[in-house]
Design a protein around this ligand. Structure first.
Ligand SMILES: [Zn+2]
Length: 167
C-alpha cells in the first residue's frame, strides 16, 4: 500500500487522516500533516440528512503542506548536510539507514541533485540537528513547492479529493 501524500510504500500500519478535506491513507510521516482521523471501516456518509452546515467557515490551520509553499532550501544545503553528517562520523550508508532512505537519495541530496520533498528534508534536519529551510523570498534557492514533478503536495491532495466526488 502506498502513501497517498508522498507516494512512498507505507511501512508499518497505515494512518487514516483527513487532509485538506480528503480522506487519505498515509504513512506515519505524512500523518503529521493532520490529526483528524477517519474510520476506514465506515463508508463515507456525505449526504446524511442530519448533516449540519456550519455557518462560519472552518478555521484553516496552517498545515505543513501550506507551510511548504513558503519554504525553500537554504543555499548550499547539500554541503550543510554533508558536513553535519561527517561531523557525526556516519557514512552515507549509515545515514541513509537512519532516515530510511536509499543511499542514492542521500548522495543526490548532498550534491543538491534533487528537489527533495518536505518530509525528507524534515527527517534530515531532525537526524542531523540542522536547519536547512528558510522562508521563501524572491531568492534563488530550490523552492519546495514541487517535491515531485510538476505537482505540489497541495495539488495532489486536491486531485485526490476531486476523484472522490460521488455521483
Ligand atoms: Zn507519506
Amino acid at each position: 500500500m502506498r502513501c497517498e501524500v508522498c507516494g512512498r510504500e507505507i511501512r508499518g500500519p497505515p494512518y487514516y487522516r483527513v487532509i485538506e478535506g480528503g480522506r487519505l491513507t498515509v504513512c506515519s510521516q505524512c500523518s503529521k500533516f493532520s490529526d483528524q482521523e477517519w474510520d476506514p471501516r465506515r463508508p463515507q456518509a456525505r449526504r446524511s440528512p442530519t448533516r449540519r452546515r456550519s455557518a462560519q467557515p472552518k478555521p484553516r490551520r496552517r498545515s505543513d503542506i501550506e507551510t511548504a509553499e513558503s519554504l525553500e532550501l537554504v543555499d548550499g544545503y547539500g554541503m550543510i548536510i554533508k558536513k553535519a553528517r561527517q561531523k557525526k562520523g556516519i557514512t552515507v550508508e549509515d545515514f541513509a539507514k537512519k532516515i530510511s532512505e536509499k543511499e542514492s537519495v542521500v548522495k543526490k541530496l548532498e550534491k543538491e541533485d534533487m528537489n527533495p520533498p518536505l518530509n525528507l528534508v524534515r527527517k534530515v534536519q531532525r537526524e542531523l540537528n540542522i536547519n536547512i529551510l528558510e522562508e521563501a523570498e524572491t531568492g534563488t534557492g530550490a523552492v519546495l513547492t514541487r517535491p515531485m514533478g510538476p505537482r505540489t503536495l497541495g495539488d495532489m491532495i486536491k486531485i485526490k479529493d476531486s476523484t472522490k466526488k460521488e455521483e
